[in-house]
Design a protein around this ligand. Structure first.
Ligand code: ADP
Ligand code: MG
Length: 683
């Protein structure tokens, strides 16, 4: 009888006793299955390299003869360096190995060896990582390298895995049903596991990897989709049937036609509201794609069905602006919109709270002030958060708890790459606004060095003369001894002097009180100040369509996503807008990021590139990402497979076969053994 290796203790492998088992446990390897699925993190490629054509710093493998007696130098407590001369073809090179002095006794003058390592062209030296006696055979051209730790060496792991494969390789179960394997031409799991550990060549490794990536993603997506299904079906929601005629009236009252994407997303939300499940939907739309009016249409529809609604935003400035837009759209249609922010106090606050509890306020717009305990709705049916990434899980939950079975829509302008959205928000429905309102011209972005400031200011002045306005963004509020970057106070002073009586310069930063911020913002909104020097507090949501120019100091200090958010403050009207990035990046990565900014206006493209440059952990911060550790798969590079796996998982979860057919038994059992079926929510 064959036993699933995941149910065998690692000590079943010959040569692994209690002591070794303890060591392996440090690598989280407890079962034979864990060991068999401990895959190499890279392969040493022993393709023989001609040193003449090898690049500096390239990884090379060469065959040659030992040309000088190997010598070892000891220094420090445990450090040593082994080196010898080696004749490779007609080249005499130096080979060094660090802390591998013990190799000396295996090396004899004149013997043939194969050495792999990093080639230093200038010093004619190879810093070795591997050495083999004799010339390697052709079929041994690639060798797995395992990530080792502490006392567990890569070699020890290699030995243990070989032994495990010999004993239990044939017991590796096949979780994927035949149909799926045939459809995607995937090799069997047994084959994949064997090839990953004992590769024949790069081609077979690739096929083995392809199969494991699909399996990992399918398991992950099955878990997400199962969770989502259960959550949806257990949550009792309310069905809110929005009247299409009422929606039409609202849309007709707008001063502009909606984009197709806006209309589509409104319908997606309306359909979701009408279902008896609780809505848990994410609306992604690039900056300027017009999310606010989509929100307004849905809110209006729900209000007309007799419910109260709420819109929560992260800053006071944004709350004020949303209040203004929403009042403008909803009040003429007889709906009451009120603001709940931190500055609401005393008698006025008591009155508004009373009206909210009585149900006479239809839409409450506000900051965190909305989720305070004494804020009580009479009948909250639908809530929206804007810039949802600024809120924590708890705040979102609190908002939901302000009513019974509240449907919630989360809006975000952070263009989370589709790949990550699928993984991270696999338990949410996602709507995407992927179209800009007509007539928008793409923002022209330039990258300039700081010493070109004069010319940049000339450019700004020209725009101002046309009656336009400009933002100037600085990373800091005031001078810092630690950082050599521009600060808003200094820049404000410099620009006030520069523009003199011609144009007025405002100053905005996070240390102003909210009244002061409102005042500064109002002056800019009314074009009483033409230039606004600011820190990143204007990053989210602010909407002044007459501002067509943005200059960002020390732009390389910001992430791509943040630069894109900032840049999104311009280009919000019909006029051509410009963004100038002032930066002298010191790294190639920094320069690359500036170039990317000048090349695309598409937030989704940017975030994909950002993800590539930074990696998924950094994009959200490792903890926030909620991404599981995949053994083989990589969400960035394998995102196409992730998408395929998601669709397959959804179909499987929705089909009855999955739960009954013997064909899926291994998959079901496999999900159980990997804990997928009982793991909690990712939130
Ligand atoms: P964001 O998605 O960044 O929150 P907003 O909702 O603030 O974008 O919209 C940006 C600007 O575009 C606003 O001035 C808004 O009134 C305007 N707008 C929204 N939809 C359209 C449309 N379909 N046609 C023209 N202008 C639009
Ligand atoms: Mg917005």
């Amino acid at each position: 009888m064959s036993i699933n290796p995941h149910k065998r203790p690692i000590t079943d492998v010959t040569g692994i006793g209690e002591e070794r088992a303890k060591l392996f446990e440090g690598l989280k390897l407890k079962t034979v299955g864990d060991l068999l699925e401990y895959f190499p993190f890279r392969y040493e490629d022993y393709k023989i390299k001609d040193l003449q054509s090898a690049e500096h710093d390239e990884r090379v493998t060469v065959i040659g003869t030992i040309h000088s007696e190997p010598s070892v130098r000891y220094y420090g407590k445990k450090k040593n360096r082994l080196s010898f001369r080696m004749l490779v073809g007609k080249l005499l090179v130096t080979v060094t190995f660090f802390n591998r002095g013990f190799l000396k006794k295996q090396l004899t003058l004149g013997a043939e060896v194969t050495v792999s390592g990093k080639w230093d062209r200038h010093r004619m030296t190879i810093t070795g990582t591997e050495i083999h006696q004799g010339a390697i055979q052709q079929e041994q051209t690639i060798e797995p390298v395992y990530s080792a730790s502490g006392t567990v060496t890569s070699k020890m792991i290699k030995g243990a895995i070989s032994q495990a494969l010999k004993q239990f390789g044939s017991e590796v179960p096949e979780p994927l049903p035949e149909a799926i394997r045939t459809k995607y031409k995937l090799v069997s799991k047994h084959e994949a596991v064997t090839q990953l550990h004992h590769p024949t060549d790069q081609g077979t490794v690739k096929q083995a990897r392809r199969r494991m990536v699909y399996e990992e993603f399918l398991a992950f997506q099955l878990k997400m989709q199962l969770f989502r299904k259960v959550q949806r079906e257990q949550s009792s929601g309310q069905a809110i049937e929005v009247d299409q005629k009422i929606l039409k009236t609202f849309i007709a009252s707008l001063p502009f036609p909606l984009t197709n994407a806006q209309n589509r997303v409104i319908q997606e939300v309306i359909k979701d509201l009408a279902s008896p499940y609780q809505m848990n939907r994410l609306l992604q739309g690039d900056v300027g794609s017009g999310k606010t009016v989509v929100a307004a249409a849905c809110l209006y529809g729900v209000i007309c069905e007799g419910y109260q609604t709420a819109l929560m935003v992260p800053t006071e400035i944004l709350a004020e602006q949303h209040l203004e837009s929403l009042k403008g759209w909803l009040e003429p249609l007889g709906k009451r919109v009120e603001l709940f922010s931190g500055s609401l106090k005393g008698k006025r606050r008591r009155e508004l709270l009373q009206d909210l509890a009585d149900g006479t306020i239809d839409l409450a717009v506000g900051t965190h002030a909305l989720i305070q305990d004494d804020v009580v709705f009479k009948r909250l049916g639908f809530a929206i958060t804007d810039e949802q990434h600024r809120f924590g899980v708890n705040q979102r939950r609190q908002l939901r708890s302000k009513g019974e079975h509240v449907d919630v829509l989360f809006m975000t302008a952070t263009p989370i790459p589709r790949t990550l959205a699928i993984s991270v928000f696999g338990d949410m429905d996602v709507s995407i606004l992927d179209e800009m309102p007509a007539g928008r011209k793409p923002i022209e972005t330039y990258w300039a060095k700081h010493d070109m400031l004069e010319r940049v200011l000339g450019f700004v002045e020209k725009e101002l003369q046309q009656g336009r306005q400009a933002y100037v963004i600085c990373p800091l509020i005031e001078e810092s001894e630690m950082l050599d970057v521009q600060n808003a106070l200094d820049v404000h002073q410099i620009l006030t002097g520069y523009f003199k009586e011609r144009f007025a310069v405002g100053l905005m930063h996070g240390r102003l009180s909210s009244d002061e911020k409102d005042e500064v913002m109002a002056l800019f909104d009314q074009n009483k100040t033409q230039v606004l020097v600011s820190t990143t507090v204007v990053e989210v949501g602010v909407n002044v369509p007459n501002a067509t120019m943005m200059v960002i100091y020390d732009a390389d200090r910001f992430g791509l996503a943040q630069l894109h958010q900032l840049r999104g403050r311009v280009g919000r009207g019909d006029a051509q807008s410009y963004c100038v990035l002032l930066a002298d990046p010191k790294t190639e990565n920094g320069r690359e990021r500036m170039r990317i900014m000048t090349e695309t206006n598409d937030g989704f493209v940017l975030s994909e590139r950002d993800l590539e440059l930074r990696g998924p952990g950094d994009f959200f911060g490792a903890k926030q990402s909620g991404l599981p550790d995949f053994k083989v798969a990589d969400v960035v590079h394998d995102y196409r497979t992730l998408e395929v796996a998601r669709q397959d998982a959804q179909a499987l979860v929705d089909s009855n076969h999955f739960w009954k057919d013997p064909e899926y038994q291994w998959l079901r059992e496999y999900l159980e053994t990997t804990g997928a079926l009982d793991q909690g929510k990712l939130d």
